[in-house]
Write a protein that binds this ligand. Structure first.
Ligand code: SAM
Length: 322
């Protein structure tokens, strides 16, 4: 059996019987006026962060969500889009589609504003999406892509890129790991399916995303996630796993490479009203300017004593140089 089959079996079980501890994080469940999330949907929250950001959801976007779980994030997306077929959910596990469908019916009872028809569920594979090219404004996945091995991850990201309109956004939430994951854990199909041993380093994760063509990447959050310790797992050292929330934008790829925003900010504190780097960045005297890592490196290389560059906050929340 391949690891993809093992993954399907793990989520068939998790669809038939909610597994409350699976993938859960410190991220609070969204509390919004008039939004009631059915209990079973909360118990089936198998994501490791949030992919729902109101600022991605202006102008009535068409939303695609891959790997639906109990449907909680689809309901949250529908809260903002509120239109028939506004959210398409794709999942490869029949039982998960069925369980989330039941959860949406319950959500309809608990939320006067919500209609099940706001969400269209489709059986399909992240590696071969049943979705038309260039038809989606916002695509999201939470805690699925980390399970995929390199070639499959590349396929899944390429599929997301294909279905997005130009300037469309891919919002991702996944575990990452800066310790080298031991090969035996990486090859443990069940651990991988449980989102515990497929994690890449953030640098590798970003490279996978930009390699398929996304010209802009935003790191929106980074949080502690799990510890794999020698007493409970087949490892000699402690492995620390974090979770990240990332937005990749289908912007054209800049000639000098992608813009990756990790929360760095430049502040000019020299003489004069501003500093202009001649490449489109104007730093006003003592005003913060969010910059991508590429620009941070370029400004640093000027060796000026009157420009401060902050470290990455891993909390980029809009604005920027490009
Ligand atoms: C870890 S759960 C995350 C569920 C949901 N995103 C959430 O945040 O609660 C992974 C989901 O992906 C689905 N899945 C697994 N393999 C898939 C594949 N190859 N294509 C599409 N969905 C898949 C599972 O059935 C499950 O619903």
């Amino acid at each position: 059996m391949s690891y993809l089959e093992t993954t399907k079996n793990v989520y068939k079980e998790a669809a038939l019987k909610p597994d409350v501890g699976l993938c859960c994080t410190t991220t609070p469940v969204w509390q919004l006026p008039g939004l009631s999330i059915p209990l079973k949907m909360q118990q089936m929250n198998y994501g490791c962060g949030s992919t729902v950001h109101p600022r991605d959801l202006v102008n009535e976007p068409n939303i695609l969500y891959v790997g639906v779980g109990g449907g909680m994030e689809l309901l949250q997306f529908a809260y903002f889009s509120r239109k028939k077929n506004g959210v398409i959910g794709v999942d490869v596990v029949d039982e998960m589609i069925e369980a989330s469908g039941e959860n949406f019916l319950q959500a309809e009872k608990e939320n006067p504003w919500f209609k099940s028809e706001f969400v269209t569920l489709k059986k399909g594979d992240a590696l071969n999406l049943p979705v038309e090219s260039k038809s989606i404004d916002v695509a999201a996945q939470n805690c699925l892509f980390n399970i995929f091995k390199t070639e499959d991850l590349k396929k899944a990201l390429t599929e997301m890129y294909r279905v997005l309109k130009p300037r469309g956004r891919l919002v991702l939430s996944d575990p990452i790991c800066e310790t080298n994951m031991p090969q035996n854990l990486m090859n443990d199909e069940r651990l991988r399916a449980l989102c515990l041993s497929g994690a890449l380093s953030l640098k590798e994760y970003i490279k996978m995303i930009t390699d398929v063509g996304f010209g802009t990447v935003e790191i929106r959050a980074k949080r502690p996630y799990r510890i794999l310790d020698p007493a409970h797992y087949d490892t000699n050292e402690l492995i620390y796993i974090e979770s990240v929330e990332v937005c990749a934008i289908k912007d054209p790829m800049p000639e000098d490479g992608p813009c990756v925003f990790t929360g760095k900010t430049a502040i000019f504190y020299g003489k004069g009203e501003f500093f202009d780097d001649g490449k489109g960045h104007t730093l006003l005297q003592n005003q913060p300017l969010a910059i991508c890592d590429k620009t941070a490196n370029a400004l640093k290389s000027l060796n000026r004593k009157d420009i401060f560059i902050s470290n990455s906050t891993w909390f980029y929340d809009g604005g920027g140089c490009c």
